[in-house]
Design a protein around this ligand. Sequence first.
Ligand code: FHN
Length: 472
Amino acid sequence: MKRFLSLACFGALPLLGQTNTAKTAAPIDTGDAHAAQALRTTDTPAELSARLAWWRDARFGMFIHWGLYSQWGCHYPGPDGRLQDGLGEHMMMRLKIPRAAYAKIADLFNPVKFDAETWVATAQAAGMKYIVITSKHHDGFAMFDSPSNDYNIVKRTPWHRDPVKELAEACRRHGLRFGVYYSLGRDWDDPDVPTDLKPDGWRRSNTWDFPDEDKKDFTKYFERKVKPQLRELLTQYHPDILWFDTPERIKPAQSGELMILIHALQPGCIVNQRVGNRYGDYRVAEQEIPAGGWSDAWESCMTLNHHWGYYLGDEDFKPVTTVVRNLIDIASKGGNFLLNVGPTGEGVFPAGSVERLRATGEWLARNGEAIYGTTASPFGKLEWGRCTQRVTATGTTLYLHIFDWPKGGRLFIPVQPGNVASAALLVDGPARSLRVVDGPGQGTMILVPESAPNKISSTVVVQIKGPATVRD
Ligand code: FHN
């Protein structure tokens, strides 16, 4: 599926203070105009492509959900002192904990085992190229030094450190890109954030401290808290990514205003679609992989177990085969994979997370060339697995990711006979050359060993003469 630009205009959105001529144009579709969530931008295609270049090559990042909810693993001491189940990082809402009581968690939050170098080393060992951490989740507590709002980790905890600053600096020291997550339309500590009532009728705003919905004015929260904190995040930490969440009731002009504010302060900063109102540089899939991928740049974010925040007792981490095959599937559709870790209240990654990430990094250490810097498969469905490719002026390299090793040592690929220059199997040590014969019909057959060198996924590298002339 090709990316295309359509000049469908989306109304005269007030795009403030535009200097670049391209920005005076109304937002244009960057993806499939018919897709409900297709993005629109005021950038030129060249600007958008330049901003996303490193991100598209990176393919794999670490998501970190860390906040006051991590203190007792998304549980909260009830009146009898026993820990009540908060069901996850939404614990303040699920248990309707009054903001004054919830804020007292900060008095105890003292992550003395936090070490940014260890976190970055774990991400690097996993083969991850960027990190996105929650700077402010729905509970409204800032995990960074926020001069505009004292409800933050430096001011309100006995720890008095700024983990966003320390992590940003560690990422830069080790060549990883850095991003911050910001809950845009949900803030349970602010009186002016209205409910975005979903079909299920569940009110996702703070209706227990602030029951009168009619009194809530999003614009007051937007001006009082969102914009000052975004300026702080952009000027204090210079993030490469701003990962917004739950835009809820933000207005189109406000989404457009944030895009302008961000790119005025940090021109290269990549913004996800949850800035709202179909703005943003890339689309977000959550806990899923879109069947055919999307023509816009896109990223799938997933948990490693069942929870975003550290959840006491959830040891059900995805097997490394699932993690790696998800990464391959996403890359074969042209997407990025943002895989989550929920550190404990002490600032430590759960052992189960570290183990999966280490094993994923081991696979990538030998097969990473088939993921990083590749683009989506030119094929339709493949019986034996997935494909990624690297297209250059001199030819195309296909990376065949074999999940189901072919019986009888014969691997069929839908490439016209005579088009394959060579094939090789990535194994420990030098790649092993494979014999190529013309297959039945219009296909090609590659003769492979009896057994797969890697049970997670084995990679066959195929050099094509010229651009891959393939058929589905
Ligand atoms: O409600 C949040 C949730 O806690 C988590 O942060 C995810 C991550 O994408 N976003 C929202 C649910 O869509």
